[in-house]
Write a protein that binds this ligand. Sequence first.
Ligand SMILES: [Fe+2]
Length: 399
Amino acid sequence: MNPAIPLEFDFQPRTRIVFGGGTVERLGELVRHNGGTRVLLVTDPGIVAAGHSARAEKSLTAAGLEFTHFDRVVENPTTEVVEDCVDTARREKIDFLVGLGGGSSMDAAKGCNFLLTNGGRMEDYWGVGKATKPMLPLIAIPTTAGTGSECQSFALITHPKTHVKMACGDVKAAARVAILDPELTLTQPAAVAAATGMDALSHAVETAVTTRRSPVSSMLSREAFRLCSRSLRRVLDEPGNVAARADVLLGAALAGLAIENSMLGAAHATANPLTARFGIVHGHAIGIMLPAVVRFNARSPEVAAIYHQLALQSGLLDDCGSNGSAGGEQIARFLSAYRKKAGLPGSLSGFNVTQGDLEELATDASKQWTGSFNPRPLAVSDFISLYRTVLDNGNGANE
Ligand SMILES: [Fe+2]
């Protein structure tokens, strides 16, 4: 590589984004536009009960489309859930998929697409670019604001025995269209909105500094952080505020698009083993780890400068009197303050994690592919130190 060119990137958005109140009603038109005739709507019972799937089905009916729905998606969908979904898809001879719900429904729809079109088992697609045959078109409609799955080509599917989340990625698995309708996010339970909001913030903060970042992904990370940081607390205070919900929904999607181009870092590498071994909800595990990771990364002057810009552009810092490296600490404090306001756990106390577990957790974290993009490389001993910082909050080290 020419040393005068600091980086290379290849940016190709694969997902059309349709954003706005009531846009779920455009589903039928968008399925038709993308060539669908027989649709499988992949969702979960909560989304059916909230009336969202009825709105989606009404739009499909109005467009004269045939459809069936699979509503057995669960949180952290396993290969078994995906296989169940594939059985329905085969039986109904569908030619189009719609994932309606949180990240779990969208991931299950993507997982179903892999097996339906390319055969085999979910494990065969663990990694990137393992699908050799074309896949069916997919429309993703998030009803939570957080994972950004609607803008990514990865399906996170959990192994039923090991509980390891397998990231199965292929550009062909990315949704053709993401319908972002803020009205659908009004029904999120408060606890879900709080945890998924933390996840969206983490995607913006982690993608901003990875070794894969580019000018385009950085632009997405900055806007995602600006939107989520200005409106997440408002969502907690005023759950019916559609403008605040719209900010967070769009911010989460842009952060998802940033992940697609920039990957993630050590907060996800350390959070994933906490979910696999101790069943800690993803957004909770992320919330516990992220401030410590930001402080760890901010020891690099280059990363500290990025955090500083992020804090300035989001209004967390004001230009006067800031010393050019205060942003990392400011972001860590903002994240801890959001976590506290949202009632999310601030440490590992209460999760039965002991000092004796840290070595195994750190070894698992060091094997996470996602950690390899963290701007500062981490040895197992660094992962142990990070976990130790959050083992309990008695010393306030993570505040
Ligand atoms: Fe995440």
